[in-house]
Design a protein around this ligand. Structure first.
Ligand code: C2E
Ligand code: CA
Ligand code: CA
Length: 845
C-alpha cells in the first residue's frame, strides 16, 4: 500500500460514524419534508373543504334573505292587489313599510322595487352616506312623475327630487325580460344599475301576476337588489374571519364578487375576467381551467413569491339559476402554521440525539484506539532505538489489554536480547575490555579534544608465544596484559580496549603533545616486569603506534592512523612511531599495489620483456635478460623496483618468481625450437634472495626447466649483490644445487652493495654484472682509473665473465670493450621488449 491510502485506525473507525450520522440527518430531513408535504396536502384539503363549506353556507344564507324578500314582495303585490297603474301610493306605502324593517334586518338588501308591464317603476334604495336624512330614498316613475324616473332625496315624494332620469324603461332592463319569460323567481345576471349611481348589482327577481278572468296575467317584476359592493363586504367579513380570500366567479369566468378591496370592473366598466384580473390566484386557476373543465370541487396549491397558497374551487349552483364557482384561497402559513413548527422540533430532537450518538461513538473509539496508537508509537520508537516510550496503562477492552501486555513483555525480551547482543558487540569476552566497536563508541561519546592521544600497542612476537606455549597460555597472557593496562589507564582517565588479537588501544583524552613520549615510556614500564606463565617468567615487549586526535578526525580514523604508525613502529629500532599524514599515503599505495599484484597472480597477467645481451666484439646477440612487467588498473607499467619489494614482503615473491621463470623459459625455448633464436641463446633471469632462502626453490626451478624444455646450461640466475646473505646455509646449498643442474649464477648490480668481497670466494659465481651507475660515469679521461676498470681486472683474476649494464652510448660501449668487458646490455642496443617485438628474431619458414 502506498502512503496515500494509509488512514489512521481512529479515522477509519470514526468516518463511518460520521457518514451514518449525516445520512440519518439527511433521511430525517427528507422524511420530515415528505411527511410535512403529505400532512399539508391532507390538512389543507380538509381545512379548505370546511372553509369552503362555511363560505357556501354563508353565501346560501346571504342570498336566501333577498330571495325570500322578493318572493314575499311578489306575493304581497299579487295577494293584496297592491299595484294600480293609476294609483301608486298603495304600493309605495307597502314598499316603504317593508323596507323599513328589511333595511335594518337584511343588510345585504340595497333596493326593493317593482317594475310593471306598463312601464312603471317604484323602488326604495338604501342610502349609504351617514349624512343623509333618511336611511333609504324613493325612486319612482309613473303618472305622478310624468313617467320620468325621479330619484328623491327622502323616502317619500315630499322630499326634494335629487335627479330625474329620462327614457327609463324598466321593461328594457336586464333583470326584467328573463323573469317575464319564466314563471319562477330567479337571480339576475350581474349588471350595472341604470340610475344615477350605476352600481354593479345582482337582483333577486320574481314575476308578479294578477287574476284576470280566472287566468293569471303577468303584470310586472318584483326586484330586490344586492349591490356587489355589499356582496364584497360580506366576503371581506369571511376573509377577516378565516384569513382566506374568497372569489365568486360566474360560468363565463368573470368575477362576480370577491373579498379583495378592489373593483370587479375595469376602467371601462367591463367586468374583469379571471385572466385579466390582477389576482395571481385567479390567473393560475384560469390556466388550470383552460386545460380541464371543472367538475365538483378541486384543491390546488401553487407558489406565490416563495409562499405556498392552497386553493379550493367548487361549483355553486342553485335552483334559482345561479351557476357560479366559489374560490377559497389561503396561504400555507395561515392554513398550516403550527404543523411546520412541530416538524422543526422533531428535527431538532433528531439532530440532538444523533449528535449525542456521534459524541458517544467518538469517545468510545478514542478509548479503544488511543492504546492502539500509543502502542504503535512505542513500536516506532523501538525501531528508532528508544525503549522507554510509555505504554498506555488503563484499557477497558479485553483484546487491547492482551495486545498491550504482550507488546510490553515482547519489548522487555527484545530489550534484554538487544542488550546482550550489544554487550557481545562492545565487550571483548576474554579480557572484558571494550571491543574495537565498544572502544570506538566510547571514545566518540567523549567531548572532542585537540589534545586527545591514541596509542595502539602491539605485542611483539605474540605469534611465537602462541606457537610455543599454546593458545590457552596466549589467552592467559592477554588477560594479564589487560589487567596491568587497565590499572594504569584508569589512573590516567583513559579508555582502554582490545581492538585486535594482540593489539590494545589506549585513548587519553587530554595530554600535551610533548608528553606523548613520556606516556610511551610509562606503557613500556607496564611491560617491564616479566609475565609468569606456567610458572615460567617470560618477557613481553610491545610496539607502539601513536596518533594525535584533532577536531577533524573521528575516532575511527584516529585509530586507523595509530595502526599505520604501529606497522611502521614494528620495523623501527625503538619500536615506536608517531603517525604523520604521508604514512597514510604510502600505506594506501601499498595496499593498492598489493591488490594489483594479487590480481595479476589470479589472472596470470604478468608480462615478460627481454633485453638483449650483446657480444661487443662481434655485435651479435648472445642472449637476453628477462625482466618482469606488471600493469596497474590503468594499464600503466608499475616499476619492478616498487612491486618486487612488495612481493617479497608480502610472501608473494615465490609464486611470482615461478610464474615469471615459466613464462620466460617456455617462450625462449619455443623461439629456439622454432628456429627464431640461435640454439645456444642464453637466458638470464632475476631471482630474489627471498626465493633463494627457501628450501624448495631448486626443486621448483628444476621442474620449470624440465617442463619448458629449455637447456639448464644456457640459463643464468642473477642475484642482487646488496641482498646476498653469504652465511646462510640454505642459500649456499641452493646455489650449489643450481650449479649441479648446470645453471650459471651472476651477481647483479655488482659494486653497489657488499663491503667485503670475501663472499666471492665462498659462493659459486660465474659472472658479474657491472652496475649501470659505473658505466654511466665512464669517459675517455677517467676510463683507466674507473670502477669498471677495477672490476674487469678483478673478474679476470677470478675467471668470471662480465656484462656491462646500462650502456646507452657508443662511447660507453667502446670504452667498456677497451677495458676488457666483452658483453653488454643497454638502451644503445635495445630497451627490454616482448620477445615477439625483437628485430633479432629470425623469420620462420
Ligand atoms: P636489474 O636486474 O639491474 O635490471 C636492469 C634494469 O636496468 C632494468 O630495469 C632495465 O630496464 C634497466 N635498463 C636496461 N638498460 C638500460 C639503460 O641503457 N639505461 C638505463 N638507465 N636502464 C637500463 P627494470 O626492468 O626496471 O628492473 C629493475 C630491477 O627489478 C632489476 O634490476 C631487477 O633487480 C628487478 N627485477 C626485474 N625483473 C625481475 C624478476 O623477474 N625477478 C626479480 N627478483 N627481480 C626482478
Ligand atoms: Ca638483472
Ligand atoms: Ca643490474
Amino acid at each position: 500500500m502506498t502512503g496515500f491510502f494509509r488512514v489512521s485506525i481512529k479515522k477509519a473507525l470514526i468516518a463511518p460514524f460520521i457518514v451514518v450520522f449525516l445520512c440519518t440527518i439527511g433521511t430525517i430531513l427528507w422524511l420530515q419534508k415528505e411527511r410535512y408535504n403529505d400532512l399539508a396536502q391532507e390538512v389543507s384539503t380538509q381545512q379548505l373543504d370546511s372553509l369552503t363549506h362555511n363560505v357556501v353556507q354563508s353565501l346560501d344564507r346571504f342570498l336566501e334573505r333577498p330571495f325570500t324578500a322578493v318572493k314575499t314582495l311578489a306575493h304581497a303585490i299579487e295577494y293584496h292587489h297592491l299595484y294600480d297603474h293609476q294609483e301608486a301610493d298603495k304600493l309605495e306605502g307597502y314598499l316603504r313599510s317593508s323596507f323599513n324593517s328589511l333595511h335594518e334586518q337584511v343588510k345585504q338588501i340595497d333596493l326593493i322595487g317593482f317594475g310593471s308591464e306598463l312601464g312603471d317603476f317604484l323602488a326604495l334604495r338604501r342610502v349609504e352616506t351617514s349624512t343623509a336624512s333618511a336611511p333609504f330614498i324613493l325612486m319612482a316613475q309613473d303618472a305622478r312623475t310624468n313617467h320620468q324616473l325621479t330619484v328623491y332625496s327622502g323616502h317619500d315624494r315630499n322630499s326634494a327630487a335629487d335627479d330625474v332620469i329620462a327614457h327609463y324603461d324598466p321593461r328594457q332592463r336586464p333583470w326584467y325580460q328573463p323573469v317575464k319569460r319564466t314563471p319562477e323567481p330567479m337571480w339576475s345576471k350581474v349588471y350595472a344599475n341604470a340610475d344615477e349611481q350605476q352600481d354593479i348589482t345582482i337582483s333577486a327577481l320574481s314575476p308578479v301576476y294578477t287574476e284576470n278572468n280566472g287566468q293569471p296575467s303577468f303584470i310586472g317584476v318584483a326586484v330586490v337588489d344586492v349591490q356587489i359592493n355589499t356582496f364584497d363586504r360580506f366576503l371581506q367579513d369571511i376573509r377577516q374571519q378565516h384569513k382566506a380570500q374568497v372569489y365568486i366567479i360566474d360560468a363565463q369566468r368573470k368575477l362576480v364578487a370577491h373579498s379583495a378591496r378592489s373593483s370587479i370592473v375595469d376602467s371601462h366598466g367591463q367586468r374583469l375576467t379571471m385572466a385579466n384580473s390582477s389576482h395571481t390566484t385567479l390567473a393560475f386557476l384560469d390556466r388550470v381551467m383552460a386545460e380541464q373543465p371543472m367538475v365538483g370541487s378541486r384543491v390546488f396549491s401553487h407558489s406565490v413569491q416563495g409562499d405556498t397558497e392552497y386553493i379550493m374551487i367548487s361549483r355553486y349552483q342553485t335552483a334559482t339559476d345561479l351557476d357560479w364557482y366559489v374560490v377559497v384561497a389561503i396561504s400555507a402559513a395561515d392554513l398550516l402554521g403550527n404543523i411546520s413548527i412541530g416538524s422543526e422540533q422533531t428535527l431538532l430532537a433528531g439532530l440532538l440525539l444523533g449528535a449525542l450518538g456521534l459524541v458517544l461513538g467518538i469517545a468510545v473509539i478514542n478509548r479503544v484506539t488511543i492504546p492502539l496508537t500509543e502502542t504503535a508509537k512505542a513500536a516506532k520508537q523501538i525501531a528508532a532505538g528508544s525503549w522507554d516510550y510509555p505504554l498506555p496503562k488503563t484499557q477497558t477492552t479485553m483484546e487491547i489489554v492482551q495486545l498491550v501486555d504482550s507488546f510490553s513483555s515482547m519489548r522487555s525480551h527484545l530489550r534484554a536480547s538487544f542488550h546482550a547482543l550489544r554487550e557481545q558487540l562492545v565487550r571483548d569476552n576474554l579480557t572484558k575490555l571494550y571491543s574495537r566497536q565498544g572502544f570506538i563508541e566510547t571514545c566518540s561519546a567523549l567531548p572532542v579534544n585537540n589534545n586527545g592521544c591514541m596509542m595502539l600497542l602491539g605485542i611483539n612476537q605474540f605469534r611465537d608465544i602462541n606457537d610455543s606455549l599454546g593458545h590457552d597460555q596466549g589467552d592467559v597472557l592477554l588477560a594479564i596484559v589487560a589487567e596491568r593496562l587497565k590499572a594504569w589507564v584508569l589512573l590516567e582517565n583513559g579508555v582502554l580496549g582490545r581492538v585486535a588479537g594482540d593489539e590494545f588501544a589506549v585513548y587519553l583524552p587530554d595530554i600535551e603533545r610533548q608528553e606523548q613520549l613520556c606516556y610511551q615510556h610509562r606503557i613500556r614500564q607496564v611491560f617491564s616486569a616479566p609475565f609468569v606463565l606456567q610458572g615460567e617468567p617470560i618477557m613481553v615487549t610491545v610496539s607502539i603506534g601513536v596518533a594525535s586526535a584533532s577536531n577533524s578526525n573521528c575516532v575511527d580514523t584516529c585509530l586507523r592512523n595509530a595502526g599505520i604508525a604501529l606497522s611502521h613502529a614494528k620495523s623501527e629500532s625503538n619500536r615506536s612511531c608517531i603517525y604523520t599524514p604521508d604514512m597514510a599515503e604510502s600505506s594506501r599505495k601499498k595496499t593498492k599495489l598489493l591488490k594489483t599484484l594479487q590480481h595479476a597472480i589470479d589472472h596470470d597477467s604478468f608480462e615478460v620483456h627481454f633485453q638483449p645481451i650483446i657480444d661487443l666484439k662481434s655485435g651479435e646477440t648472445l642472449g637476453a635478460e628477462a625482466l618482469l612487467r606488471l600493469r596497474d588498473e590503468q594499464q600503466q607499467f608499475v616499476s619492478p623496483l616498487d612491486f618486487i619489494p612488495m612481493a617479497e614482503s608480502s610472501g608473494l615473491i615465490q609464486t611470482i618468481g615461478n610464474m615469471m621463470a615459466s613464462k620466460a623459459l617456455s617462450s625462449v625455448a619455443t623461439a629456439i625450437a622454432e628456429g627464431q633464436l640461435a640454439p645456444d641463446f642464453h637466458l638470464h633471469i632475476n631471482v630474489s634472495v627471498i626465493e633463494l632462502v627457501s628450501g624448495s626453490y631448486v626443486a621448483e626451478l628444476a621442474e620449470i626447466i624440465a617442463l619448458s624444455g629449455f637447456p639448464a646450461k644456457q640459463l643464468t640466475i642473477e642475484i642482487t649483490e646488496s641482498r646476498l646473505a653469504d652465511n646462510d646455509p640454505v642459500t649456499l646449498s641452493n646455489l650449489n644445487q643450481l650449479k649441479a643442474l648446470g645453471v650459471s649464477i651472476a651477481i647483479d648490480d655488482f659494486g653497489t652493495g657488499y663491503s667485503s668481497l670475501a663472499y666471492l670466494h665462498k659462493l659459486p659465481f660465474d659472472s658479474l654484472k657491472v652496475d649501470k651507475a659505473f658505466v654511466e660515469r665512464l669517459n675517455r679521461d677517467n676510463a683507466h682509473d674507473s670502477v669498471v676498470a677495477a672490476i674487469t681486472k678483478l673478474s679476470s683474476s677470478f675467471g668470471f665473465s662480465l656484462v656491462a649494464e646500462g650502456v646507452e652510448t657508443h662511447l660507453q660501449a667502446e670504452l667498456v670493450r677497451e677495458l676488457g668487458c666483452h658483453h653488454a646490455q643497454g638502451y644503445l642496443f635495445s630497451a627490454p621488449k616482448p620477445l615477439e617485438e625483437w628485430p633479432q628474431l629470425r623469420a620462420t619458414a
